[in-house]
Design a protein around this ligand. Sequence first.
Ligand SMILES: Cc1cc2nc3c(=O)[nH]c(=O)nc-3n(C[C@H](O)[C@H](O)[C@H](O)COP(=O)(O)OP(=O)(O)OC[C@H]3O[C@@H](n4cnc5c(N)ncnc54)[C@H](O)[C@@H]3O)c2cc1C
Ligand SMILES: *[C@@H]1O[C@H](CO)[C@@H](O)[C@H](O)[C@H]1NC(C)=O
Ligand SMILES: *[C@@H]1O[C@H](CO)[C@@H](O)[C@H](O)[C@H]1NC(C)=O
Ligand SMILES: *[C@@H]1O[C@H](CO)[C@@H](O)[C@H](O)[C@H]1NC(C)=O
Length: 510
Amino acid sequence: MRFTTMLLRAALLLQSILADQVLGVASLDDSTRARCPSGWQIQRELGPRLSEKAAVAVPSSSDWDRLMVRAAAPRISPRFMASVEVATEKDVQETIKYANHIGVPFLVVSGGHGQPTTLNNLHCGIQINMRKMNDTTVSKDGKTATGGGGVMQHEIVASLFKQGKMAVTGLCECVSLAGPLLGGGHSMLQGRYGFSADNLVSARLVLANGSAVTASAAENPDLFWAIRGAGHNFGVATSLQVKVYDATQNWTMIIFTFTQDKLERFFNTWNRVEDENDDHGTIVLNGHMGRDPDIDSVHPVIGLAIFFKGQNNVIGAYTSAFLALGPVSHTTVTDIPYGDLYDTGGMGTDGLVCRDDHNILGYPSSFPRWDADAMRAGFALFSEFTGSEKFATSAWLLESYGRKGVETVPEDSNAVSPEDRRYHLLTSPMLWWAGDDEQDRARAMSFGKRMQTAVRRNSKTPPHAYVNYAFGGEPLPEVYGRDGARLARLKRLKAEYDPHNRFGFYVPIR
Ligand SMILES: Cc1cc2nc3c(=O)[nH]c(=O)nc-3n(C[C@H](O)[C@H](O)[C@H](O)COP(=O)(O)OP(=O)(O)OC[C@H]3O[C@@H](n4cnc5c(N)ncnc54)[C@H](O)[C@@H]3O)c2cc1C
Ligand SMILES: *[C@@H]1O[C@H](CO)[C@@H](O)[C@H](O)[C@H]1NC(C)=O
Ligand SMILES: *[C@@H]1O[C@H](CO)[C@@H](O)[C@H](O)[C@H]1NC(C)=O
Ligand SMILES: *[C@@H]1O[C@H](CO)[C@@H](O)[C@H](O)[C@H]1NC(C)=O
């Protein structure tokens, strides 16, 4: 571990030297370059340039702890000298111009659920906290809504539902609108409407040099292409205009629990029902493997929640197929208004998945079909790993949010990788534990990697990791797609819009 820390330090030093060279900031003399600016200095110099509602916090401020809360801490701990709670687009511009001027890095924080390890490369930075920019406005024609750059999923869902509308967001209420969307965005609605990113109509962005632009099909179309899939690399989204749909129909949730001896039949059944129902509307299969000692004190169990909207023609085929496996339990909840769906589904802000201060660590893979033998091999490792009390709340995600809606969007229409459209099964051991013990971390990393290797071992498709679940050390083609021309386009746009890699902490394109 010490060796890794040394490497990290060396990388940081190199990065700051390079940043200084390329930025060529005139006012930066050798003495300022050598040290971190104090939070006080930032507060004193930047504060007066900001709008009335903005605020600059320093480590001794009473708000500091609240602003530093992260889901995957302490594993993910970007190091900030100051936090700027921006309230307007101009605040974002001023903050970036100031950071460029004094030669320090910055990082945007909205929901605080980002987890790639590359976030830890931020050192001596300014946090651009977006949470004050959390309004949602529905357009006059009722076809789109504009959400602030820091609006949380639970806020936009509630605001829209009051007006009988819904947007394609993520599934967990504790993430922002922007965070998932900029990387694609898996959602309850994707079976019909595509990824969150596919539903973006336009965005206001503050670029690395502090200028603010609109990105849409009509304005800066190249940038618009890039931010829908690789958006964390290109700018700060101060607002996002997205398509909205009527949210009049209620939802149903069916929950099954199986013991692990059913594992092979479980995955084969899943494959079969999906083979037989290419277009299943808004049926969402959201499964997970995890510990439930009341049911099985030795091994994790397999849970599957099926959600669907309104009446569904093929739901009967799904429920009867899984019932035939003999679940330990199954429960049906009907009449769930869209506004309550996430809370009822266990994905609300108070849900276990939304807890903060746990070292979330994921090793994602996407597949077109389940390989039951490979899942069994991964399960054996997961069972061993979660047998220890410390890691017992880890969950292995098994997700199929719907194919038709994402497949009908042409692959070249935006920067969401074709792999994300083609391989609809998204799975990842999500290792959850608390504390900063280095041995725990090493153990989690070792098991996580082995679980990923196990489930990928016979795969006919090349390894793919969804950017928003990425660990942060994956080769770029594994995340952004293997098509060389597409990657070259992304790199060219990155060089054009962010030549000094200022947005270089979230799965950076370099
Ligand atoms: C419990 C949990 C549930 C999840 N559920 C889903 C899900 O349902 N669907 C899904 O697709 N993914 C999901 N994810 C993954 C999720 O997409 C990413 O973790 C995402 O980065 C979270 O965004 P955030 O704003 O909450 O986190 P943050 O850490 O605040 O943001 C993550 C990164 O996004 C960028 N960013 C944030 N706001 C802006 C902005 N306004 N402009 C520009 N860049 C910005 C920054 O680079 C930042 O580092 C989940 C993750 C967790 C831990
Ligand atoms: C915006 O955030 C504040 C602070 O969390 C909250 O009180 C307010 O209700 C939010 N606004 C909306 C529209 O959700
Ligand atoms: C949706 O469910 C609620 C109860 O949760 C019920 O009051 C309402 O009538 C239902 N709406 C429809 C369209 O079925
Ligand atoms: C900022 O960067 C954009 C994109 O590269 C460029 O078009 C614009 O001219 C730059 N603005 C300034 C003031 O340099």
